[in-house]
Design a binder for this molecule. Structure first.
Ligand code: SF4
Length: 388
């Protein structure tokens, strides 16, 4: 098999990506939220036009797989009709806005998001993978999520704007000032030659004098725990988990199957926050933070991705909860599901697995040419591999 191809762009809905099981169509929920009716429509679309599975990505997007070239136009009509996709294809060229999912309608995260939405036309043409995080709650939640500029809260409590790759941010006195600075910094990135670097963290030019980086963000807060979500005086919603980041449409439909549910918010952590009085213990979804399927990183593998030479999901199920430490199962060396080191990484090549201890999918293997059973045997026999 050829070396994995680095595509350098992200699929969208107007620009779907061809994969091993058809087109992958990615939906960016506006402000990270779908109304209940939109969630039901997305489930319907997954079953009518796709494979019936819905995936939640590490940048909090939702995606459908298995869409044929012939059915894609009908799917797009349906998604536009339900407000799931902007009718303007150029909207997908704008950087993604990622909101801390615990925002409230009267807080700084929501205010900054609304202000920024109105000024997106002032952003320059930016590299395809650029993202913006609005994370202005008491403690930042999105520090581990890919984003090039962030609006956060500092330890003393003021708002800051921070360029990715820099430990300190620039203090500002209001959400409007934060948005103003963010727009200026995005333009500075392009004007100072950042486009060639691609991402802010790789752009080594010193920040401009008008954006002094002097203040550290507050200590990171925890991910939203699974189960009842409390806000203020009482229960406000329910957080549900998606095994390996994907779930059948039927399970998601069941999660909002109550008139007391108003909307669903996406998160980058394989969790959805269902607003309102949501059903409990939905089959196919997770409600226990200790479930190992929340932790194993696995890409769709064969037959879902054309670059995969191995199936990944069965091995991920086999290893779940049986390994101490982090596990990454990848269909090829590209390693889409995890870019950082994992204690144990299995990477597909020519129909077998490379096994890498403490490495990435493109790392130097400790063993090669393994079947699923070989992987288990290797781990049992080798004391330097994470133990079963
Ligand atoms: S890592 Fe997985 S999803 Fe990414 S290209 Fe390889 S097989 Fe496909």
């Amino acid at each position: 098999m050829d070396e994995p191809r680095i595509k350098g762009w992200c699929p969208g809905a107007w620009r779907p990506m061809a994969t091993g099981d058809g087109l992958l169509v990615r939906v960016r929920p506006r402000l990270g939220r779908l109304t209940r009716q939109q969630m039901l429509a997305l489930c319907e679309a997954a079953e009518t036009f796709g494979s019936g599975l819905v995936e939640l990505t590490s940048r909090a997007n939702l995606q459908l797989r298995g869409v044929s070239e012939a059915s894609w136009p009908g799917l797009m009509d349906y998604l536009v009709e339900h407000g799931l996709v902007d009718p303007d294809p150029d909207s997908e060229r704008r950087p993604q806005l990622l909101l801390a999912p615990d925002w409230q309608a009267d807080d700084a995260t929501f205010e900054a998001a609304r202000l920024l939405e109105a000024r997106l036309d002032e952003l320059p043409a930016l590299p395809a993978k650029w993202g913006l995080a609005i994370d202005a709650g008491v403690a930042p939640l999105l520090g581990e999520v890919s984003a090039d500029l962030r609006i956060e809260r500092s330890a003393p409590g003021s708002l800051i704007v921070r360029a990715d790759g820099r430990e300190l941010g620039t203090p500002v006195d209001s959400p409007a000032a934060a948005v103003e600075l963010l727009v200026r910094l995005a333009n500075w990135f392009v004007d100072s030659g950042g486009y060639d670097a691609g991402r802010m963290r790789r752009h080594t030019a010193p920040l401009p004098a008008w954006a002094p980086a002097v203040m550290a963000p507050a200590e990171a807060g925890p991910r939203l725990p699974l189960g009842a979500y409390l806000e203020g005086e009482g229960a406000w919603g329910r957080v549900v988990g998606l095994p390996f980041g994907r779930a059948p449409a039927a399970a998601l439909r069941a999660a909002v199957d109550s008139a007391a549910v108003s909307a669903v918010r996406v998160t980058p952590w394989r969790r959805l926050l269902v607003e309102g009085e949501a059903p409990t213990a939905v089959p196919g979804l997770l409600d226990d933070d200790r479930d190992p399927r929340l932790c194993v990183d696995v890409c769709p593998g064969a037959p879902h991705c054309e670059q995969a030479s191995v199936e990944t999901l069965a091995l991920a199920e086999r290893l779940s909860g049986r390994i101490e430490g982090s596990v990454h199962v990848s269909g090829c060396a590209k390693g889409c599901a995890r870019q950082t080191l994992a204690d144990l990484c299995l990477s597909g090549r020519d129909g077998r697995f490379d096994l890498i201890v403490s490495g990435r999918a493109d790392g130097t293997p400790d063993a090669t040419g393994l079947s699923e059973t070989d992987v288990i045997e290797y781990i049992e026999k080798n004391s330097d591999a994470p133990r079963l």
